[in-house]
Every structure is written in structure tokens, then in C-alpha cells.
Design a protein around this ligand. Structure first.
Ligand code: DCP
Ligand code: MG
Ligand code: MN
Length: 316
């Protein structure tokens, strides 16, 4: 991963990249969502600071940057932490507790890792490599074809950073629905199971990290292309949402996460509660009412008096 040198737009750009990297590490490897949010917030605050930060003390004066992050930033400038950031999963702990110093060494100690961490270690180099947009497009084609082969009713859309138009993605996020699955019909665990089973059968899905009734997290890989191009292993997230909740689902799953937070805040100001399933009016009692009818993402923006933003305008 490349870090930009400080530039005139953001004199702390390299610090911001570093914090974003730590944030993603906490999210993707350690699943520490709280730490992830803390780092994201710090990066965002720092990106708006007009001058180059030169000391931990100075950093700590900023809103959202505490002792720990201030210290980390200063250690980062001395280059010590740059090495540690590259090491995945339980590695940091092992580095400290067992004296294991490299990925290669760690590969001989997999007994200390759980299933999820083993997958992370096995594919750690691949997972660190961002997915070019063109490859996500090919993945989309594969997924659409397999959905169709199962049942014409499936609707699948890749959301996340890809739908926001990003030139590369950290993972692939597909949202699924099916007309026979509604909030009234109740859970249909077989619908997602059938998809994953099919994708495993074709060899496209190679690993499962976690698998619930409505959410699959795993690993996929495209078959080698005719011209010999070999693809990397990629993180794949699948979610199935009831048909009548599809647009709240696509809005949520398209993000960005910060955009979602902002929009949920605006909804609350306007007296609505918005989540990945529904938008509901908040009564004067503070108890949410019945879900409002939603026929499109535009409807959701309309309810809360917000000008519609295309996915590419949601990169916050
Ligand atoms: N999401 C959210 N809040 C979270 C996590 C996720 O609102 N804490 C939503 C918004 C994200 C979407 O889910 O855009 C997909 O999550 P990802 O972690 O895959 O994020 P992106 O796809 O946006 O970025 P990346 O390219 O890193 O995958
Ligand atoms: Mg994503
Ligand atoms: Mn994802």
C-alpha cells in the first residue's frame, strides 16, 4: 500500500493514510469495529487540519485524537510501526508473546490461530491487494450467471465501494433478494444457502469465514482467464434482504459507512429512524412507527428532505 507524501492540500496526508490503514486492519483482520471507528474519525479530523502535525502533543489537541493515536503517529514518523502494520491477525499478539517475527515464521505456528485467522494468513498478501474495478465487473458476471442458473427470481447487485464508482475495492459486497422472500414471509435461510452451495460447487467460493441465515462472509477466486491471467483470492460478502426492504438494504450496503452515519443523523433530525431494513417515523413519544413504503432509494431521500445523491456522490 502506497502512502502519499505530504502535499499542499493535506499536509498530513501520509498520517491520514496510515490511520486509515490501521482502521482497515482493525476492521478486516481484528474485527474491532470500535477501534476501526476511532481511527477513521481521527483520520477524518486530521485531514481537515491545515498544517503539518509535528508532535504527539500537537496531535492530541485535535478532537478525536487521544494519547494513544498521538503516540502512534509519532512512532509512525520514526518508521517503527510501519513494519508491524503489515502483519495480520493474531500475529501482533504472537509477535509480542511468542517472539514470532515474520509471516513465514507464523505459518509454522498455525495451531495458535483460529479458522478465521488461518484464512487471513493463507491469503494475507491477496487480501492486502485491492481489487481493480474491472475484476469486480467480471466477478459480477460470474455471480449473475450462477444466480440465474439457480432460479430466475434472484436479484443480485454489487454494492459497497464498487457501486460508488471506486476504481478499486477492498472486497466484493453483493446484496441479494428474491420475490418470495419478504418481511412477512419470514426468514428463508435456504435462499442464501443455495447460492453459496452453487458457488462452492463451481469452485468460485473457496472458503467460508462466517455464515448466518442472511449473511455470508468468505473468499472467492475467479478461474484463470483464457489469456493466462491468474486472479487473486478475494473477500466476498453476500447478504440477503427481504424484497420489500431491498432499497433500504441497497442504500445501507452501498455506503460509505460515514455517509450512512451522516444520513441516519439527518433522518433523526427530521423525525425518522433509518436502518438497513426500514425507514420509520418517530412519534412524539420516541417510539418508531410502522415502516414507510419504499419503492426506490429516491423515496428514502425524499422522506427526510434530502436531495438525492447518486452512489458516486456518497463517497464520504
Ligand atoms: N457499512 C456500514 N457500517 C459499517 C460497515 C459497513 O454502513 N460499520 C456499509 C457501508 C459500506 C458497506 O456496508 O459501504 C460495505 O462495507 P465494506 O466494509 O465492504 O466497505 P466498502 O465496500 O464501502 O469499502 P471497501 O472497498 O473497503 O470494501
Ligand atoms: Mg466493500
Ligand atoms: Mn464488505
Amino acid at each position: 500500500s502506497k502512502r502519499k507524501a505530504p502535499d499542499s492540500n493535506n499536509p498530513n496526508a501520509d498520517f491520514c493514510d496510515f490511520l486509515t490503514e490501521l482502521a482497515n486492519y482493525e476492521k478486516n483482520v481484528n474485527r474491532q469495529m470500535h477501534k476501526y471507528n476511532v481511527y477513521r474519525k481521527a483520520a477524518s479530523v486530521l485531514s481537515k487540519h491545515p498544517t503539518r502535525i509535528t508532535s504527539g502533543k500537537e496531535a492530541r489537541k485535535l478532537d478525536g485524537i487521544g494519547d494513544k493515536i498521538g503516540k502512534r503517529l509519532m512512532i509512525y514518523t520514526t518508521g517503527q510501526l510501519q513494519k508491524l502494520v503489515k502483519i495480520p491477525a493474531a500475529a501482533r499478539k504472537l509477535v509480542v508473546e511468542e517472539g514470532i517475527k515474520s509471516i513465514e515464521e507464523l505459518k509454522n505456528h498455525t495451531d495458535k490461530l483460529n479458522h478465521h485467522q488461518k484464512i487471513g494468513l493463507r491469503h494475507h498478501a491477496d487480501f492486502e491487494t485491492r481489487i481493480p474495478r474491472a475484476e469486480v465487473t467480471v466477478i459480477d458476471q460470474v455471480l449473475q450467471k450462477e444466480l440465474k442458473s439457480l432460479d430466475d427470481g434472484y436479484i443480485g447487485m454489487i454494492c459497497g465501494s464498487y457501486r460508488r464508482g471506486k476504481e478499486s475495492s477492498g472486497d466484493v459486497d453483493m446484496l441479494l433478494t428474491h420475490p418470495t422472500f419478504t418481511s412477512q414471509s419470514g426468514k428463508k435461510p435456504t435462499l442464501l444457502k443455495a447460492v453459496v452451495k452453487q458457488l462452492e460447487k463451481t469452485g468460485f467460493v473457496t472458503d467460508t469465514i462466517s455464515f448466518g441465515d442472511s449473511k455470508f462472509m468468505g473468499v472467492c477466486k475467479l478461474p484463470d482467464a483464457e489469456d493466462g491471467t491468474k486472479y487473486l483470492y478475494r473477500r466476498l460478502d453476500l447478504r440477503i434482504i427481504p424484497h420489500d426492504q431491498y432499497f433500504c438494504g441497497t442504500l445501507y450496503f452501498t455506503g460509505s459507512d460515514l455517509f450512512n452515519k451522516d444520513m441516519r443523523g439527518k433522518a433523526l433530525e427530521e423525525g425518522f429512524t433509518l436502518n438497513e431494513y426500514t425507514i420509520r417515523p418517530m412519534g412524539s413519544t420516541g417510539i418508531p412507527g410502522e415502516p414507510l413504503p419504499v419503492e426506490s432509494e429516491e423515496d428514502i431521500f425524499d422522506y427526510i428532505g434530502m436531495k438525492f445523491k447518486k452512489p458516486s456522490e456518497r463517497n464520504m
